[in-house]
Design a protein around this ligand. Structure first.
Ligand code: PEP
Length: 262
């Protein structure tokens, strides 16, 4: 029965604006050789490099038949045309991307991305059969006001407004409290679980019990090899979105091996 399927955890490394395409080749090779088949059997491992690296990663993954997945950090909501600097869903799909990050807090902050735009980017991602990793999370002021759960659920509802159930089935959600991103300050596993379990309950209302049960919900925010095991022990957390610690192949591989000790 679908509902009882065991979900495969996902560990995704968001490189942000780091590593040129030559460095990307070196890190991808090292990461792949640091992991064994038993790791890839237990965990989906993805890297999310800058656009300029994706073709090099694709060539390596296809040529060496690596078991790594990869994706893009952003996507245009438009199909094609006069949108200088933007990258379309079709372009990313042709590059073999499995995943697209949508609504990362850095894009919301630096590029003023609204929930409405994020909704359109999700639709663009689905249109080419790629899997969005939808990022949601509160800043410190909202956390301290105690309104964080409601705030995150509103982001979730707005982003997923009007998305049809067959597409909802595919979405990955990353809960990333902004105050924990790149700060070295991690949410406690209990803090992360509080919000991730609320997201899962909300997915029942937005979709169905089955969609909620099968959705992969990730935690992101200063994840390292030293805290991943405690985070992954939480029942509503199915993986992690990792920033800084994904730039170094050895450390990222250690994070991906969390399952060996759980
Ligand atoms: C991120 O950018 O999504 C992230 C979680 O970054 P970091 O792990 O560096 O906090």
């Amino acid at each position: 029965m679908d509902q009882l399927e065991v979900k495969k955890p996902l560990i995704a490394g968001n490189w942000k604006m780091n590593l040129n395409h030559l460095e990307a080749i070196a890190v991808t090779q090292k990461l792949s050789y640091s992991l064994e088949d038993k790791d890839f059997d237990a965990v989906d491992v993805a890297i999310i490099p800058p656009f300029t690296d994706i073709r090099s990663v694709q060539t390596l993954v296809d040529g060496d038949r690596l078991r790594l997945l990869y994706g893009a950090q952003d996507i245009s909501p438009e199909k094609s045309g006069a949108y200088t600097g933007d990258i379309s869903a079709l372009m990313l799909s042709k590059l073999g991307c499995t995943f697209v990050l949508v609504g990362h807090s850095e894009r919301r902050a630096h590029h003023g991305e609204s929930d409405e735009l994020i909704n359109r980017k999700l639709r663009a991602t689905f249109s080419m059969d790629m899997v969005p990793i939808l990022c949601i999370g509160e800043d410190l002021a909202i956390r301290e006001s105690g309104e964080h759960v409601q705030y995150v659920l509103t982001q979730l509802r707005n982003a997923l407004k009007g998305i049809h159930k067959p597409d909802l089935k595919k979405v990955v959600i990353a809960y990333e409290p902004i105050w924990a991103i790149g700060t070295g300050r991690t949410a406690t596993p209990e803090d992360a679980e509080e919000v991730c379990s609320a997201i899962r309950r909300e997915l029942i209302k937005i979709g169905t019990e089955e969609i909620s049960h099968n959705a992969r919900i990730l935690y992101g925010g200063s994840v390292k090899s030293g805290n991943i095991v405690d985070i992954m022990r939480e029942p509503s957390i199915d993986g992690a979105l990792v920033g800084g610690a994904s730039l170094e192949a050895d450390e990222f591989a250690r994070i991906c091996k969390f399952h060996r000790v759980i």
